[in-house]
Design a protein around this ligand. Structure first.
Ligand code: NAD
Ligand code: UGA
Length: 450
């Protein structure tokens, strides 16, 4: 068996993960392939204008690209020449037919499996990196392991990195999870996969398990995280109604060692490509297993999240004299969280669309996500896009902070105030600005959960 690796799918997960694997395994050749030529060209761009923005990523790619990390559209040669194939293709929510709006759309994953089977000339370990419904590996095994041809062992190695901190999460993971068949071949394959990570991850952090537990553990981990965000947002509404402060409540809850302080930040609701998709997938799995009460329980996590964005618009109505038509609102931040250019399922998109329906004039600004914002809001009228926050806020009636970019508290808010219409409102949905300072300038301020 050779030590070379190919990863099919050069997206947010494939690119950064393989870059770090190549960095920490200089003796292995790592090839990342994709059907999207534009994406591969961007990964190969001479000035490192990569398709994904992640702090620290460009440095890792600079160190490894051309040494032992390669990006290519030649899927056939890459698959033929390596023994280990990671699959990191997209698994969006299915929007048609059975399971529409809930189940995972596995067409990309299945066509990848068929590609692997077509091109392989020797036995391979196939590793699921994408997040997949429980028992997907078994389905893949049956596509790959027909009586003729090579032997494929399918493992589940879900990824736990978060965008914005991907490189740090990859270099110092809480855990690496590898699930595989519990027979001789499976155990050998798990050891091969573990060896890739063991070159930098302490052995005790590499958890091995059976395939189905690994697949379900990934979905459940995301569902638990999403549930925490919805739980604190549910408390935020109550804080607003009662005069309590959600940050204070979160501080007290988080001081309990059993609960812990992380993921208790109230805000505009969770975004990103995964939480909603994975919780809906869990709902679908529960329903398929006849566990309707469990399905309803998880569905509430998504409903609470959607409600949070509607609440933001309701509060804007309340604070802006119950009429929004014709007013200008500047949206500060369009990415679903800071330090990423990703806008998939971003709460800012939902809020922008709801405001556009009210005939609000919108000015959207974001330091890294403006290109995606333009594409996302292409069909929405009355929206301008501004790189410069001061220009975005000029003549606006309100600024709504949707992403907690670290540059926002550093802005010259007196200058912003002087160019806005009065009364000038700041709705800080991330509670990341100094409200006292803003008030002293003359702003009317609104926060989530306060
Ligand atoms: P993405 O859309 O950014 O990238 C997927 C890539 O796969 C695309 O570039 C697409 O062109 C390519 N692709 C699709 N079909 C292909 C085929 N047949 N052959 C070759 N390439 C093909 O998606 P992503 O955000 O990287 O997510 C991928 C998976 O990883 C999902 O299952 C997701 O749930 C999981 N995941 C993502 C993150 C994250 O932070 N984005 C974290 C953990 C897990
Ligand atoms: C999440 C998980 O954290 C990763 O472990 C997982 O690998 C990944 O999903 C995935 O499977 O794709 P990610 O979505 O990139 O990572 O980012 P998070 O930091 O989890 O944030 C998700 C959303 O929740 C963001 O919109 C964020 O602003 C929001 N959030 C997070 C809050 O509103 N409050 C918090 O306290 C934490």
């Amino acid at each position: 068996m050779n030590r070379d690796i190919v990863c099919i799918g050069a997206g947010y997960i494939g690119g950064p993960t393989m870059a770090v694997i190549a960095k920490m395994n200089p003796g292995r050749k790592v090839v990342v392939v994709d059907i999207n030529k534009e994406r591969i060209d961007a990964w190969n761009s001479p000035d490192f204008e990569l398709p994904v923005y992640e702090p620290g990523l460009a440095d890792v790619v600079k160190e490894t690209r051309g040494r032992n990390l390669f990006f290519s559209t030649d899927i056939e040669s890459a698959v033929r020449e390596c023994d280990i194939v990671f699959v990191g293709v997209n698994t969006p929510t299915k929007m048609f037919g059975r399971g529409a709006g809930r189940a995972s759309d596995l067409q990309f994953w299945e066509s990848t499996a068929r590609e692997i089977k077509r091109y392989a000339k020797s036995d391979k370990i196939v590793i699921e990196k994408s997040t997949l419904p429980v028992r997907t590996a078994a389905a893949m095994e049956s596509i790959l392991n027909t009586r003729d041809g090579c032997k494929f062992t399918v493992l589940s190695n879900p990824e736990f990195l978060a965008e914005g901190t991907a490189i740090r999460d990859l270099l110092e993971p809480d855990r690496v999870l590898i699930g595989g068949p519990q027979d001789e071949d499976g155990i050998r394959a798990i050891a091969e996969a573990a060896a890739i990570y063991a070159s930098w991850v302490p052995r005790e952090k590499i958890i091995t398990s059976n395939v189905w537990s690994a697949e379900l553990a990934k979905l459940a981990a995301n569902a638990f995280l999403a549930q925490r965000v919805s739980s604190i947002n549910a408390i935020a509404g109550l804080c607003e109604a009662t005069g309590a402060d959600v940050d204070e409540v979160a501080r007290v809850i988080g001081a309990d060692g059993r609960i812990g302080p992380k993921f208790l930040k109230a805000g505009p609701g969770f975004g990103g490509s995964c939480f909603k998709k994975d919780v809906l997938n869990l709902v679908y799995l529960c329903e398929s297993a006849g566990l309707h009460t469990a399905a309803e329980y998880w569905m509430q996590v998504v409903k609470m999240n959607e409600h949070q964005q509607e609440r933001i618009v309701s509060r804007l109505f309340k604070e802006m004299f119950n009429t929004l038509a014709g007013k200008k609102i500047a949206i500060f931040g369009f990415a679903f969280k800071a330090d990423t250019g990703d806008t998939r399922e971003t709460p800012a998109g939902t809020v922008a669309r709801l405001l556009a329906e009210e005939h609000v004039r919108l000015a959207v600004t974001d330091p890294k996500a403006l290109r995606n914002a333009r594409a996302d809001l292409a069909g929405v009228g009355g929206v301008e896009f501004e790189e410069d926050e001061y220009k975005a806020a000029a003549d606006a009636d309100a600024v709504v902070v949707m992403t907690d970019w670290s540059r926002y508290p550093q802005l010259d808010w007196e200058r912003i105030y002087s160019n806005m219409r009065k009364p000038a409102l700041v709705f800080d949905t991330r509670n990341c600005l100094d409200a006292r300072k803003l008030k002293s300038i003359g702003f009317k301020t609104v926060n989530i959960g306060k």
